[in-house]
Design a protein around this ligand. Structure first.
Ligand SMILES: [Zn+2]
Length: 189
């Protein structure tokens, strides 16, 4: 039996994304090598390059965009893929010291049905996923040490987890506004 038949729809989607990322990465290497040989210039403009790199790193995925839209709509502003923080986090809300990670269940080893590892190529999946899980834990520890709160949105709980996040942020915003009001009253006295 074909191993792919045992995958859930979500896992097939994740696999497809990974395959595309690999193809894009290979394409990029070939194009870059070609560029060095011929003209010594970058063959992509920066917009195109960042589009390619975003696909390679699994950025700007649909679930991530869902979370970003919800935050934006609720009036929260964020920074994306911040390179000077551990793990280059997906979404950063500096004002609230919150890091939001949007994790695919299969790739990041969630203990849910979608996170169930495929029965074929067990060694490959084990190495890959265990590596991701280990790295996620190290990155989260480093971020917490640096005073950040880490909020993980799992693919299987996208809507619920995003709603909870927005509510949590709204409470923080209310507290911050109350604090700044009382500060300005003190100054006025
Ligand atoms: Zn899950």
């Amino acid at each position: 039996m074909c191993g792919a038949a045992t995958l859930t729809a979500e896992q097939r989607m994740d696999q497809g994304m990974q395959r595309r990322a690999t193809q894009v990465a290979e394409h990029l290497v070939v194009r870059c090598a070609g560029a060095r040989e011929s003209t010594m210039t970058d063959r992509f403009d920066s917009a195109k390059r960042s589009e390619i790199m975003s696909r390679v790193r699994g950025r700007d995925t649909k679930p991530e965009i869902f979370v970003r839209r919800a935050l934006f709509k609720a009036g929260f502003r964020y920074r994306l893929h911040v390179a000077d923080l551990p793990g280059r986090p997906d979404i950063v809300l500096p004002r609230y010291r919150i890091i939001v990670r949007v994790n695919g269940c299969l790739w990041h080893g969630h203990s849910c049905r979608r996170g169930r590892r495929p029965a074929t190529n067990e060694e490959f999946w084990q190495a890959k996923i265990d590596g991701n899980v280990r790295r996620d834990a190290q990155v989260a520890a480093a971020l917490r040490m640096a005073g950040w709160r880490v909020w993980t949105v799992w693919g299987c709980q996208l809507k619920r987890s995003t709603e909870l996040l927005v509510r949590k942020l709204e409470m923080s915003r209310t507290r911050q506004r109350a604090a700044s009001r009382s500060r300005s009253t003190e100054v006025a006295r």
